[in-house]
Design a protein around this ligand. Structure first.
Ligand code: SF4
Length: 544
């Protein structure tokens, strides 16, 4: 014990870092098959068939693609009931609830980005899978993406610069930890790209650990999250960590509320704890940002989790991340009584209001008029004004923009479709039988920012539609060329797929799969003016 301070010698020095309380999750039984309990040298053992694991993963990812937790939907509904919520907050909340109702019918996933499959497992040291656990989980995941109307999002690197969609949505991220016991516990997360992109690590110093400095630091960093990951967010902040990766993994788990039962005080062992007072302060801070639920207001975040971790004296990692409006996680468990899955809400319609609530009143815009007239109609409205778009749009995103930029640089003109119609940055999920389109929400506009100035100078992309905030050059290009950027509601993709998109036709770059160019016809497509032709940007004052 030489050199070890007496207060950290003894048993407490070996306490577990994450001391979670009892699991209050409500589960439903999926099956009693595939599990067998036995005894070996007096100890209870559990043997699990690979098919039981595969089936659990399959049902978990199928359900989480369509259903939400009841607590999440309660939070969305609370926005409608809050007299301090802005009309735009209420408009977004209403669309998200309608989206949940459509997606619960199990045809349209709640979001077109059906995510990367992530499995965080805890395997009891007396629980045996009679086969390969990794293979079993992948089998279940592959079945879901093959058989349902989901989207394949995983790109395999063939070389450093060449990529191809794997066509299965695999690989999945699978992390399984060994723990004492005779059960298997899983957290299945379907994490969208836009949501994952809003995960940040900051390597800070002890100097930040002062009340005013820490809040000022968080205020600055939370603003940088912007709205591209479709607020309202479940925001998670982790201060400390024994490594950068531990900090970020803790962010991920806290954003899913998997760490809610941590202690709420620290101790000399260095255990992780939730700082509830800090959570309240940060939540209050987010309500004053003005960003609201995407288009101005109070509801940037549903809630905030702040976890404090121990750290090396020479490091202070701070992690920030979100769970987005596609708040998709579900717990699973296999024990001697069977295979269990967390109960999700199957009747989201009960959260819809029974009376009409005051919300923003949108202005209809006819997209079948010449581009000049569309722009004149938009020009008469202020930023943050809601609009309802009807008519023709062209869908194009990352790969097409990269190709068209090459053509433009080689002296070729932009195709007429880029000049004649508003450009919607998006990529659809698979189309359910009997419908015109699959879930088809907006992707993050910022990825297309570099293309806006040259495309607008060439007469194209004069009205763009997507989600999130954009860089200053886009604002400047819109002011110079009479352009507009409209924000579409992120996270309400099933509503668009079922009710708004009336036809979809592939018109160019067919080999790009879901990233091809599509002509779509829409009716009453909701959007908000974010950047106008006068150089106004709704987000610029709030995000700096
Ligand atoms: S809700 Fe938004 S951030 Fe979340 S998965 Fe869908 S598009 Fe991505």
């Amino acid at each position: 014990m030489v050199g070890v301070p007496s207060e950290i010698s003894g048993e407490a020095a070996f306490a577990r870092l994450f001391q979670l309380g009892p699991d209050g999750t409500e589960y439903r039984l999926l099956s009693r098959g595939g599990v067998a309990a036995s005894r070996f040298r007096g100890s209870r053992l559990l043997t699990v068939s690979p098919e039981a694991v595969a089936r659990l993963a399959e049902v978990a990812f199928a359900e989480v693609s369509h259903l939400f937790r009841t607590t999440h939907l309660e939070s969305v509904r609370a926005i409608l009931d809050d007299p301090e919520a802005s009309p735009n907050d209420r408009f977004v909340a209403m669309e998200l609830l309608k989206n949940a109702v459509i997606s619960a019918a199990a045809q349209f996933p709640s979001c077109q980005d059906t995510g990367t499959a992530i499995v965080v497992g805890k395997k009891g040291d007396r629980a045996f899978v009679d086969g390969d656990l990794y293979d079993a989980l992948c089998t279940g995941i592959a079945r879901v993406w093959q058989t349902r109307n989901l989207r394949f999002s995983q790109m395999a690197p063939l070389t450093m610069y060449e990529e191809k969609n794997t066509g299965t949505n695999l690989p999945a991220q699978i992390d399984v930890e060994a723990v004492p016991g005779h059960a298997l516990d899983f957290l299945f997360i379907a994490k969208g790209g836009g949501s994952a992109n809003k995960t940040f690590l900051y390597q800070e110093t002890r100097r930040v650990l002062e009340p005013d400095r820490l809040l000022a630091f968080l205020d600055e960093k939370i603003r940088t999250l912007g709205t591209a990951a479709c607020p309202p967010y479940h925001l998670a902040i982790v201060v400390g960590g024994l490594s950068a990766e531990q900090t970020l993994k803790t962010v991920k788990l806290a954003s899913t509320r998997a760490l809610d039962t941590l202690p709420t005080t620290g101790d000399i062992t260095g255990r992780a704890f939730r700082d509830l007072a800090m959570e309240r302060k940060v939540h209050a801070l987010t309500r004053k940002l003005g960003l609201g639920a995407q288009f101005g207001g109070k509801y940037f975040c549903h809630d905030v989790r702040v976890v404090r971790l121990p750290r090396h004296g020479g490091s202070l990692p701070i992690g920030i991340g979100v769970s987005c409006s596609a708040d998709r996680q579900v717990k699973g468990r296999i024990d001697s009584n069977g295979v269990w899955l967390e109960k999700l809400e199957t009747d989201p319609a009960r959260f819809l209001p029974t009376v009409e609530l005051a919300a923003a009143t949108p202005t209809p815009i006819d997209l079948d008029r010449p581009m000049e007239e569309i722009r004149a109609a938009l020009s008469a409205l202020p930023v943050a004004a809601p609009v309802l778009l009807s008519g023709t749009m062209v869908v194009a995103r990352d790969l097409v923009h990269a190709e068209l930029a090459k053509r433009l640089a080689a002296g070729e003109p932009l195709p007429a479709y880029m000049r004649d119609h508003p450009i919607y940055y998006a990529g659809p999920a698979k189309t359910p039988e009997g419908f015109a389109s699959g879930s088809f929400g907006p992707t993050t506009a910022a990825r297309m920012d570099p293309y806006v100035p040259p495309f607008q100078a060439a007469g194209g992309s004069l009205v763009t539609i997507a989600k999130g905030n954009r860089a200053r050059p886009v604002r400047e290009a819109c002011a110079a060329h009479g352009g507009f950027y409209l924000g579409s509601i992120g996270g309400a993709a099933a509503v668009l797929g079922q009710d708004v998109i009336k036809s979809i036709e592939l018109i160019d770059y067919a080999d790009f799969g879901m990233e091809a160019v599509w002509r779509i016809r829409v009716e009453n497509f909701p959007a908000f003016i974010i950047i106008d032709d006068k150089g106004n940007d709704f987000f610029s004052t709030m995000l700096g």
